[in-house]
Design a protein around this ligand. Structure first.
Ligand SMILES: Cc1cc2ncn([C@H]3O[C@H](COP(=O)(O)O)[C@@H](O)[C@H]3O)c2cc1C
Ligand SMILES: O=C(O)c1cccnc1
Length: 351
């Protein structure tokens, strides 16, 4: 019997009646109409995701998905593959950028070993989801078998199913994963590879040219991998597959997805292609300096909150944008309306 992947249903977000009521609530707050700008659109989206006039964030959760990439042996990154495992140790010791921002904002953080080339001792902040030691070399063969790919997706779903809180901030660590993300964007977005490929951790001009050449060969090698699951398996990223599973499950439970940069965005593209509707649950934290990200954002019709030239990953951009989500909820729930405060001028809003 073929092993089919069963995906949860994604509930609709659109609700014209609630949208009107939320807009009415926002418009009658004591401020000039529309004066909180895009924070108002953010509040509206959070309300629609939660199907509530009073959106709230509870127990936000960062999950950093880590895995190695067979492609890394071809020098597609400015850093060696060993850095993936070394950074996992760094996360567990609390010394990485994402640890710092998570502590700053009181966001829980766990690291998920989706397929790092190393063995880790048990640790309270480490979730063992290792599918295999690193993806295969996609230049030679599919990065994952379809079975491994489905297992990664399923593990990502199971991981989120009983997770506390209503906000997921997915992050990733995997030397070589901008390559996997570029390949997936080119294939699933039907975009020229050169537009989707960038310097990642900091390749120079010659390094970028070599990376683009190698990725072109990988795409040609897997020319027939066009269905989302086939493309994901062939072009890879165990951590991207697991993250896509996590996003699908989280959306099925009406959780808010706060997305970091290029890699997390590509995981969302994969998730949306596998389970249409997931994108409706996404808030885009920032515009990454990785050039493919702007094409991805256009494809997803997404306007990111911040534009800070970040190109880190780990979920760092999502953690930085988190206070804006708190503020969006706070103004909807706590600001006085014109009538409550006895301020005149409410006639500017629609009745
Ligand atoms: C020390 C260090 C910490 C990182 N944290 C995230 N990344 C980021 O860089 C990697 C992707 O870039 P590329 O495709 O060029 O390898 C991923 O691990 C990503 O999370 C890091 C990279 C390094 C070197
Ligand atoms: O935007 C990202 O997610 C990104 C960019 C460069 C390197 N790692 C991650």
């Amino acid at each position: 019997m073929p092993d089919t992947l069963i995906l949860p249903a994604i509930p609709a977000v659109a609700n014209p009646e609630l949208q009107r009521a939320l807009q009415h609530k926002i418009d009658h707050k004591t401020k000039p109409l529309g004066a909180l700008g895009r924070l108002e659109a953010l509040a509206l989206r959070l309300g629609l995701i939660q199907q509530s006039l009073s959106p709230v964030i509870t127990a936000p959760q960062i999950r950093v998905f880590a895995a190695d990439h067979g492609l890394a042996r071809h020098g597609v990154s400015a850093y060696p593959g060993e850095v993936t495992a070394q950074m996992v140790h760094n996360f567990l010791r609390g010394g990485a950028a994402i640890n710092v921002f998570a502590r700053q904002h009181g966001i829980a953080l766990k690291v998920v070993d989706a397929g790092v080339n190393a063995h880790f001792e048990p640790h309270p902040a480490l979730i063992d989801g290792k599918i295999r030691h690193g993806s295969r070399d996609a230049l030679a063969e599919p990065a994952m078998s379809t079975d491994e790919c489905r297992r990664a997706l399923r593990f990502g779903m199971a991981l989120v199913a009983d997770m506390p809180g209503n906000l997921l901030l997915p992050g990733e660590m995997g030397i070589g994963n901008t390559s996997a993300a570029s390949l997936l964007l080119a294939r699933l977005g039907d975009l020229p590879l050169a537009q989707c490929t960038g310097r990642g951790t900091g390749l120079d001009e010659a390094g970028l040219a070599r990376k683009t050449q190698i990725l072109q060969r990988v795409l040609a090698r897997h020319a027939d991998a066009s269905a989302p699951l086939d493309a994901l398996a062939a072009l890879g990223g165990l951590e991207i597959a697991m993250m896509a599973g996590a996003l699908i499950q989280a959306a099925s439970q009406r959780r808010i997805l706060l997305l970091d940069g290029f890699i997390a965005g590509v995981a969302l593209l994969v998730a949306e292609r596998l389970a249409p509707g997931v994108r409706q649950y996404a808030v885009f934290a920032h515009r990454s300096a990785e050039p493919g990200h702007r094409h991805l954002l256009r494809l997803l019709d997404a306007a990111p909150l911040l534009d800070l030239d970040l190109r880190l990953g780990e979920g760092s951009g999502a953690a930085l944008a988190y206070p804006l989500l708190q503020s969006a909820c706070a103004f909807v729930n706590e600001m006085a309306s014109f009538s409550e405060a006895g301020v005149s001028g409410d006639n500017h809003a629609a009745p």
